[in-house]
Design a protein around this ligand. Sequence first.
Ligand SMILES: [Zn+2]
Length: 128
Amino acid sequence: MIIHRGGCHCGRVRFEVVAPARIEVDDCNCSLCSKTAYLHLIVPAERFKLLSGSEFLATYTFNTGTAKHLFCSVCGIKSFYVPRSHPDGFSVNARCLDAGTVEAMTVTQVNGREWEKQYPNGRGEYTS
Ligand SMILES: [Zn+2]
């Protein structure tokens, strides 16, 4: 496990996340993720730390309202959020990690478009 750092485009939102150097990420086909090409690195809450920018975060919700889609109100980038599949953790956008710490990335397709089928237990496991 190592520390990766990342953030939004304008640099106001900055975070660090503890994860392997070779990360496993999810590519979700739901109505929102497919429009932004978000790549999910999902971790338990204790492995994520917001370093700056909380005052600039805006929240978008839809459908069940469980997921808290957090984006920078200045530059519009969603660099992390609270996912419906892991409401007690965080999903970091692997595309928003700083260059230099990710050695490899394995992408798994997730069928968020049929969410209840993808997560029959009502939530996902932590795998990365
Ligand atoms: Zn920003």
